[in-house]
Design a protein around this ligand. Structure first.
Ligand code: UTP
Length: 223
């Protein structure tokens, strides 16, 4: 499961959203689902990256700034989960799986420079052979165009992964903004797991959506 930074920390950490996210993870665990959570960096990550860019930081170092913030956000969600998780975010999938084997919910931020936490979530889903991948974003699904820029944009109930590839392009720059990052979409192309993109309003319903109930977001159809 991926909680976008734009949801949990749009400008600054949003305690209410962090609580909501923690509650839905708690309910999933109560319902005996195994959960791995990935958290984005949001506004603070973008600001750090902008500051670093103005100071002449190299691309890889700008990505590292973003990773640092995603891990801080992960710590906040882990804090909200208390005993269900552990304070230190795993930095590799191996560490995340080890945490799951200890019966805890891993809450990760980024891993290595060059992609966003969207890609981390897709890679984590692949590494753990998950049966469902959920993206919670500030836009409540995949639209025909960016709804913040184009008033005629329409939300899609479903989209084929190949169409999504065309939509997001292929270049990743530090702090970039597309509904899902191109690296994530490339990983999804190789996956055969149910993937949904939903908005913040659906957070309390994630446990039901995981069990097949309808939602107001977008289903990504594989191959
Ligand atoms: P985010 O995952 O927060 O990107 O990573 P985002 O597109 O802004 O997503 P939301 O809206 O917060 O969910 C922030 C930046 O951190 C670097 C990238 O530069 C990314 O743009 N990053 C993150 C990495 O280099 N590697 C990672 O594994 C994660």
């Amino acid at each position: 499961m991926n909680f976008g930074g734009s949801v949990l920390s749009p400008d600054w950490p949003d305690v209410e959203s962090l609580r909501l996210a923690a509650e839905s993870v708690r309910e999933l665990v109560r319902r005996k689902h195994e959960v791995l959570v990935v958290v984005g960096g949001g506004g603070p990550a973008r600001r750090y990256i902008e500051a670093g860019r103005e100071l002449g930081g190299a691309e890889a170092l700008l990505h590292e700034l973003g990773i640092g913030i995603t891990r801080l956000n992960a710590r906040l969600l882990a804090m909200a989960l208390g005993e269900l998780s552990e304070p230190r975010p795993p930095t590799t999938f191996r560490e995340a799986v080890q945490m799951m084997l200890r019966g805890k919910v891993p809450v990760m931020g980024g891993t290595v420079p060059g992609h966003t936490t969207d890609a981390v979530a897709a890679m984590a889903a692949k590494a753990t052979r998950s049966s469902l991948l959920v993206y919670v974003t500030d836009v409540d699904g995949v639209y025909t165009a960016d709804p913040k820029l184009d008033p005629t944009a329409r939300k899609l109930e479903r989209i084929g992964v190949e169409e999504l590839v065309k939509m997001v392009g292929s270049r990743v720059s530090p702090g970039m903004r597309t509904i899902l990052d191109p690296v994530a979409v490339k990983v999804l192309q190789q996956l055969r797991i149910r993937t949904v993109v939903i908005g913040k309003g659906e957070i309390p319903r994630i446990p039901l959506i995981a069990e097949g109930e309808k939602h107001s977001g977008t289903e990504i159809l594989m191959g």
